[in-house]
Design a protein around this ligand. Sequence first.
Ligand code: TPP
Ligand code: SF4
Ligand code: MG
Length: 297
Amino acid sequence: MTTLEPRPVSEFQAGDFKSDLKPIWCPGCGDFGVVTALTRALSAIGRPPHEIAFVSGIGCSSRVPGYTTAYGFNTVHGRSLPIAQGIKLANPELLVLVASGDGDGFSIGGGHVAHAVRRNIDLTYMVMDNQIYGLTKGQLSPTSQRGRKTVTSTFGSLEERVNPLLYVMGYGAHFVAQGSPLDMAGLAQIIEEGIRFPGFAFINVQSPCVTFGGEEQQFKAQKARMRTLESLGHDPTDRAAATDLAREYGVKLNTGILYRNPNPPPTYGQGVDLRRLSVAGQGVPRHEILQRFQPNH
Ligand SMILES: Cc1ncc(C[n+]2csc(CCOP(=O)(O)OP(=O)(O)O)c2C)c(N)n1
Ligand code: SF4
Ligand SMILES: [Mg+2]
C-alpha cells in the first residue's frame, strides 16, 4: 500500500487505546477484530486518546467506541454522522471517528451518509457491514443479499441489496476503502490511511456476525472471495477503475483503498476557516453566529 509521507514514531501503543470495559459481543464476533485493528491504527497515528472523539449510532458495531479510551458518544440509531459533523465543526482540532453498522448507516441513517459524503467534513466513517441487524437479533438489513432468509424475510428477501461502496462513490466520496478483520494488518493500515486522509473517509468493514449472519459473510467464505487491491495492481487514484471494482461488492471481497482522490478539495477547517463560518455568505464570525442562536436573542 502506498505511503504518502514519512511517519513520525508514535509514543502510543495499541493498548493505550483499549478501555477497561469488557466487550459483551458474542464470542467470535468480527467486531473484536475491528477494535484490535483500530487501536493499532490509532497507535500509528499517535494522537492521545483525549484528542479523539469517537461517535456511534446504535447496534452491536456502535459499541466499538466504548471499548476504546477515546471520548465516546453512543448516540441515536442512524444519527451518528450529524453529531460527528457538529463535533468536528465545533472543535476542528479533534480527530473525529464514527462507528456504524450496515443498518445504522444504510437504513435509518442512509440519508445522512449521502450528505456527509458531499459535505466532506474531515471524519473517518467505519461501517461494520455484517449484512444483518445484529443487535436486534437478525432482521434483514439493506446490505443483506437477495434471497436471504431472516426473521423478517422468512421466504427469502426479494430486495436488491445496497452496495455501500458504489453508494458513496456515487455521491462523490474522495476516500473509499474496504477491509476485514480477517486481514488484521491490512485493516489497520486502511483505517490509518482513512484517518490521515484530509476529508470524509469511508471504510466498509466486512465484520461477520457469527450469531445471525449468513454463511457467505463468515471468515471461511470471506477467505475464498478475498483479494487485496494491491495484488490486483489497482491504482487508487483511478476513479473509473475504483467504480468497476466497487461493482464487485458481494461477489469478490476486494480489500484495500479503492479510491483516494490525489487532489482532495479543501474541507471545513482546512482552507475554509471555521472561525469565520459564513451566514448567507456574509462572512460572519463564529462567535456572532453562536450569539444569534442564543435563546431569546
Ligand atoms: C430509532 C430506532 N429505531 C430502531 C431501533 C432498533 N435498532 C437498534 S440497533 C438496530 C439495527 C442494528 O443493525 P446494524 O446497524 O446493522 O448494527 P449491528 O448490530 O448489526 O452491528 C435497530 C433496528 C432503535 N434503537 N432506534
Ligand atoms: S449478534 Fe452478531 S454482531 Fe452482535 S455481538 Fe453477536 S455476533 Fe456480533
Ligand atoms: Mg449489521
